[in-house]
Design a binder for this molecule. Structure first.
Ligand code: HEM
Length: 138
């Protein structure tokens, strides 16, 4: 059942007051620009990277995707990609290939999807900076 809130889950009733808790509620994005690295396990260094697919197609050498490894620990803000400096810095290496470190998932907008019979294209190269600017302002 769809409630007045976003998403699709069963609303609470007097008889079953906790059913809405069976849905996962993503955090509000207030101040998101300053909370890198991203996702619950900190597996994506910047918001720019979060808008890319987790893995590049093996046959496409020019494709952009999230970094498989990156440096953490820097306090230098990267205003272009929106996150902390994560390369050319001798910090701790975060390896997304290790168990529990996966950067997969949350790939909305990185590939075309079919919704209500219509194909919705992925975010374009021009869309991404606009969305980053919007996220910076949250
Ligand atoms: C372009 C559209 C979207 C943007 C810009 C966006 C932005 C974000 C950001 C920045 C985070 C990271 C929060 C953090 O690390 O603290 C996040 C997490 C999350 N988002 Fe989105 N989101 C989008 C679409 C969606 C959609 C369509 C869904 C669900 C259908 C969704 C569900 C979630 C969930 C569940 C998390 C938590 C993931 C985790 O902790 O690993 N998001 N989102």
């Amino acid at each position: 059942m769809t409630s007045s809130r976003h998403g699709s889950y069963t609303i609470d009733t007097t008889i079953a007051p906790y059913t809405s808790l069976h849905a996962y509620k993503g955090r509000a994005l207030n101040g998101i620009w300053v909370t890198a690295p991203y996702l619950h396990n900190g597996s994506v260094p910047t918001l720019y990277d979060l808008l890319l697919p987790a893995a590049c197609p093996p046959d496409d050498k020019k494709a952009e995707c999230r970094p498989a490894t990156f440096q953490i620990g820097s306090r230098e803000f990267d205003p272009v990609k929106v996150g902390m400096r994560s390369e050319y810095y001798a910090g701790f290496t975060y390896n997304t290939r290790l168990p529990g470190n996966s950067n997969a998932g949350h790939e909305y907008g990185t590939a075309a999807i079919v919704k209500d019979g219509k194909t919705v294209p992925p975010l374009s190269k021009e869309d991404r900076p606009d969305l980053l600017d919007y996220l910076k302002a949250q």
